[in-house]
Design a protein around this ligand. Structure first.
Ligand code: TYD
Length: 217
């Protein structure tokens, strides 16, 4: 079943994307709060993870040395985790009429495993077709932040500790940021680029403006 095209679907699926330290978690919570105040039934989830199986895969993906997985195995693991998450958490919630806010989703695989790691975008989309039947968010919010500010925020949050992927070199993260920006340009109807450098309440205001048509629908 394609939930997105089902007339019985009341919920909406929104993903929050961007590089390290761009404020995704804060914005996800703030948007959830604002949408709930409007009377909507909202849940928050995240990737990699969200279900027990996907959280188990998260441990495999984020711990260990940088060369633990090659780029293909890594992309397959993300796709497998996502498939479980879509099937067992996201789609059931949408069918119940809930709004699902997801901290990272497919565009992270496109940006990190393709933009940053050299697989083609077509390969990542193919894996998504296999793992999640090509299921797409209604809207993708990409938080865009200059690297110096992002690095400072990560340092304040995590000190020197980085996970397997977050700890990759500067060039990797530069490529990831550019990839996110490219996707927003290529599919501007669905993927929205947001300046995440402003005060966090102002960023939430901009996001709420972007979601207004869906809220009113
Ligand atoms: P997380 O601790 O959730 O980081 P953040 O707070 O930055 O969201 O770790 C997730 C890491 O996994 C992050 O470095 C991005 C990476 N990632 C991918 O490489 N591909 C993906 O498809 C997803 C969902 C995440």
């Amino acid at each position: 079943m394609n939930v997105q095209n089902s007339p019985t679907t009341l919920g909406r699926f929104i993903t929050i994307e961007g590089g390290e330290g761009c404020g995704k978690s804060t914005q996800t919570k703030q948007i959830a709060h604002r949408l709930s105040k409007l009377g909507l039934d909202v849940i928050i989830t995240r990737e990699p993870g969200g279900t027990d199986n996907a959280e188990a895969i998260r441990e495999l993906l984020l711990n260990g040395g940088d060369n633990r997985w090659d780029s293909r195995a890594e992309a397959l693991l993300f796709a497998a985790a996502r498939g479980d998450h879509v099937r067992n958490l996201i789609k059931p919630a949408l069918i119940r009429g809930q709004w699902v806010l997801c901290d990272r989703f497919l565009e992270s695989s496109r940006a990190y495993q393709s933009g940053g790691s050299g697989l083609s975008d077509a390969t990542i989309l193919q894996l998504h077709n296999i793992g999640s039947e090509g299921f797409l968010p209604d809207r993708v919010l990409v938080l865009d932040l200059d690297e110096d500010t992002a690095n400072k925020r990560v340092f304040i949050r995590d000190g020197d500790v980085r996970d397997r992927i977050g700890g990759r070199p500067k060039e990797f993260h530069t490529a990831v940021r550019q990839a996110f920006r490219d996707y927003a340009q290529q599919d501007s109807e669905r993927i929205k680029l947001i300046d995440a450098g402003a005060d966090s309440d102002e960023v939430t205001d901009s996001i709420m403006d972007i979601l207004q048509d869906m809220i009113n629908a």
